[in-house]
Design a binder for this molecule. Structure first.
Ligand code: SF4
Length: 253
């Protein structure tokens, strides 16, 4: 968990460069109407972004990039909320190449610091085949002109740099559409307050671990503890692929 101090520094530094836009979400919906879509992973932040958008545009398009290796809790949550929130314009993408084929070809995903050590500035290959390319195809095929996300500058160094460099609401040549990050300057505490005061349902996976996303992802620092706790067999399998020894008390986080 990132400390409040680090969060506050990131938010302040991002806001020194990028002036936060009051009503950024409303502006995006006004300007792009049916061309708006919310990128929804089933995680906390994107669920809040979706909840906020549904209040002003109940028929907004919702894009779920199914990586094929999500937690069972995530699939359950997506299906449940699809029906509870009556998501009419739900778009699900599938990977261009599956996770294990990516691993076979390019190896397991590395953490950002491992990538930096190898002077690799790119995105992990599995992210490209599981999420980015399918999302770009869905943007083109579904007339999406503005993608609303739950990105927060305080959440990680990568997100901080991305928001500080590109902004909160901007046209992205790479994605071929506008990007709107209504939570860009929110702290974790603000996120929790919104969830509590609006009774936003959350993915049950958060009762076990702090992060949802691809189950076998090895691209973040605490992946071992997380996977060992949620799926010891898969953890063992992945560690064998890496040729590593197992955490001694891998059931305990
Ligand atoms: S989150 Fe991890 S496993 Fe999933 S696509 Fe990105 S790097 Fe690969």
């Amino acid at each position: 968990m990132i400390s409040e101090k680090v969060e506050a520094t990131r938010i302040r530094k991002a806001a020194e460069i990028i002036k936060p836009i009051e009503g950024c979400l409303e502006r995006a919906v006004d300007e792009h109407g049916d061309g708006c879509a919310v990128s929804w992973s089933g995680g906390r932040c994107s669920t809040v972004a979706l909840h906020m958008t549904l209040r002003i545009k109940p028929d907004v398009k919702v894009l779920f990039c199914d990586t094929g290796v999500e937690y069972p809790e995530t699939y359950h949550f997506i299906n449940r909320m699809r029906s509870e929130w009556g998501l009419k314009n739900f778009i699900r993408t599938m990977p261009e190449k599956n996770f294990w084929a990516c691993v076979e070809q390019y190896g397991l995903p590395m953490t950002r610091s491992e990538m930096r050590r190898l002077d690799n500035q790119g995105v992990p290959k599995c992210c490209i085949y599981l999420k980015e390319r399918p999302a770009m195809k869905a943007i083109r095929e579904n007339g999406i002109r503005c993608m609303i996300t739950g990105l927060r500058a305080a959440e990680s160094r990568m997100r901080f740099f991305s928001i500080r460099k590109k902004g909160q609401y901007f046209y992205s040549k790479r994605w071929g559409c506008w990007r709107c990050h209504p939570l860009a300057f929110w702290s974790y505490r603000e996120l929790e307050q919104y969830i509590e005061s609006n009774q936003v349902p959350l993915n049950c996976i958060y009762q076990k671990i702090p992060r949802c996303g691809c189950q076998p992802c090895t691209g973040f620092i605490s992946w071992e503890k997380q996977l060992a706790k949620t799926n010891p067999k898969l953890y063992e399998y992945v560690q064998n692929l890496k040729g590593q020894t197992l955490l001694r008390k891998f059931q305990v986080v």
